[in-house]
Design a protein around this ligand. Structure first.
Ligand SMILES: Nc1ncnc2c1ncn2[C@@H]1O[C@H](COP(=O)(O)OP(=O)(O)OP(=O)(O)O)[C@@H](O)[C@H]1O
Length: 515
């Protein structure tokens, strides 16, 4: 008989034993057991739909698990069916989600104190001075070099994340914090700020805090985690030291077959056929942008958050009407500010927050997959057999984990929703395709497939404009990279000139030079 994790000496911050969770038609967690040691940087990995968020939600008391297992934290054991937010706080578990839950319009000090009692003066008014002084002490203790009076919206993304973490850790009540759960904290950070956050996390761990770190970015995990747990289809695959594991080995553990890390795209000769031409575009924060995309070319658009990259892509697609300049597709100017005209001409756009902006949440997965080319599948409301067959092929190709081809879209995990919207657009062969963060939140297995599908579309002549914060992805896919800073294209490079250092320094230097 295997020894119970609960019999082990109590140097663990958290022990899970036989935790399960069943949704109608889907066992999201199946008998999962593992422990997180005190002072450990513990990564929780798994493909899309493998059960990571479900596990976190049970720990937060937002979901309850199936009856029968045990969760032990701070010496207190609870049945997974009985977790509550109050239990979670008592157990010293705190959460920082991707959406940080900070208030942009408020000061850093007010953000730190949100959820905590504001300091009061003797007559009971809010003690703003003592709040600022206390906030300054908290920031100094956490090595965060920002003025507590600054507005939260003015902070860099990594600084905002650090303030959100400091706010969680301010809880001296109820015995302090034992375990900090971070859900893909670097997914929305520009590459130049990722290391800054990870270094801060390393310092917390060295100070004795335990971190449970959910990420699809394997290089971060290999470099920073000391222990990894892998879930696959709701089941526990392994918990082991991260030391010595390579990205390829991790990918194999996650996917369950040979590593699927795609090889760098071969340098290709691009034709001279201009497909998309942007001339003198001015719109919102975007100034005087000239850009051309050739048939069969992938142009990466690299820029910091706030550089205007998303606004530029949206203006090209007709979401915003430009003040000046024009966009032409295959030599024909597009009607300014018209998404319908852009779509009719053969332009496609997959936005960053696609699950929110381009999905039909209450409709089935099959209908979401065919929404871009319904005319091929429908006569009125009559379905044609290929619709379901094509949906099934996409589900297999992108490994979309779903209880069925018609399951409501809203019930898919975040990464599976993203795969579905992307699969929908890749089914068509648009003249030009604008992609904003195409693989954010997508697992390593599907990523290789998505790259292969993008490359297939490009080989058929589609031109792609790719916005991505993931440097590996930018380097992997781009034939040419244009750097955007403060709404202007400041540099471009092709071939061997596109290196990690070049992209990082151009993005950052251009920003600094103009400050
Ligand atoms: N409210 C729900 N109703 C029905 N099924 C659900 C619900 N929430 C999650 N599921 C299913 O449970 C499984 C696990 O989902 P979960 O969100 O935990 O995955 P994940 O590992 O966090 O994935 P991702 O990396 O995509 O965020 C998925 O197949 C999902 O479809």
């Amino acid at each position: 008989m295997t020894e119970s994790l609960l019999d082990a000496p109590p140097q663990q911050a958290l022990v899970l034993e036989a935790v399960s969770k069943t949704f109608p038609g889907m066992r999201a967690l199946d008998d999962v057991s593992f422990a997180i040691h005190r002072g450990s940087f513990h990564a929780l990995l798994g493909g899309n739909g493998s059960g990571k968020s479900t596990l976190i939600k049970i720990l937060a008391g937002v979901y309850q698990g199936d009856p029968g297992g045990t969760i032990r934290a701070r010496g207190e054991s609870v049945d997974p069916q009985a977790t509550t937010p109050a239990w979670s706080r008592r157990a010293g578990i705190r959460f920082v989600h991707q959406d940080l839950g900070v208030f942009g319009a408020m000061s850093v000090a007010e953000n730190l104190f949100s959820g905590h009692p504001y300091p009061r003066t003797r007559i009971g008014a809010v003690g703003w001075r003592s709040m600022q002084a206390e906030a300054a002490r908290v920031l100094a203790r956490h090595d965060i070099d920002v003025d507590p009076r600054r507005s939260m919206a003015d902070l860099r993304p990594a600084e905002q994340t650090l303030v959100a973490i400091a706010r969680c850790l301010m809880d001296a009540d109820e015995g302090g914090v034992e375990l900090l759960v971070l859900d893909e904290p670097t997914a929305r950070l520009p590459p130049t700020e990722v290391e800054e956050l990870l270094a801060a996390l390393d310092r917390y761990v060295a100070g004795g805090l335990s971190i449970l770190y959910v990420s699809h970015r394997l290089s971060e995990v290999v470099e920073h985690a000391d222990t990894i747990t892998v879930l696959r289809d709701g089941r526990h695959v392994t918990t082991r030291p991260a030391d010595g594991l390579t990205r390829a080995e991790l990918a194999t553990l996650i996917v369950g077959s040979r590593s699927q890390i795609a090889a760098k795209r071969a340098t290709r000769t691009i034709g001279s056929d201009v497909v998309l031409r942007v001339e003198g575009l001015r719109s919102g924060p975007v100034h005087d942008v000239d850009l051309t995309l050739h048939a069969g070319e992938i142009v990466g658009l690299a820029g910091l958050v706030g550089s205007g990259r998303t606004h530029l892509v949206e203006t090209i697609f007709g979401v915003h009407r430009p003040r000046e300049g024009r966009v032409s597709l295959r030599g024909r100017p597009l009607r300014p500010g018209s998404v319908a005209a852009a779509t009719d001409a053969g332009l496609a756009y997959v936005p960053e927050d696609r699950a929110a902006h381009s999905a039909f949440r209450s409709l089935g997965l099959d209908m979401n997959l065919s929404a871009a080319d319904l005319h091929r599948y429908r006569r009125g409301w009559l379905r044609r057999p290929p619709e379901l067959a094509d949906a099934q092929a996409d589900i297999a190709r992108f490994a979309i984990r779903t209880p069925g081809v018609r399951a409501p879209f809203a019930q898919l995990s975040g990464g599976n929703q993203q795969k579905a919207v992307l699969a929908r657009w890749l089914r068509r062969s648009p003249v030009a395709l604008l992609l904003d963060e195409p693989t954010q939140g997508v697992d390593i297995g599907a990523r290789a497939e998505i790259y292969a599908q993008i490359e297939e579309a490009v080989d058929r002549g589609t031109a792609v404009l790719l916005v991505t914060s993931d440097l590996d992805e930018l380097l992997h896919l781009s034939d040419r990279v244009a750097v955007i800073s403060r709404g202007r294209i400041v540099d471009e490079a092709t071939g061997d000139r596109i290196t990690r250092d070049w992209v990082g320094s151009r993005m950052f230097d251009a920003h600094q030079e103009e400050s």
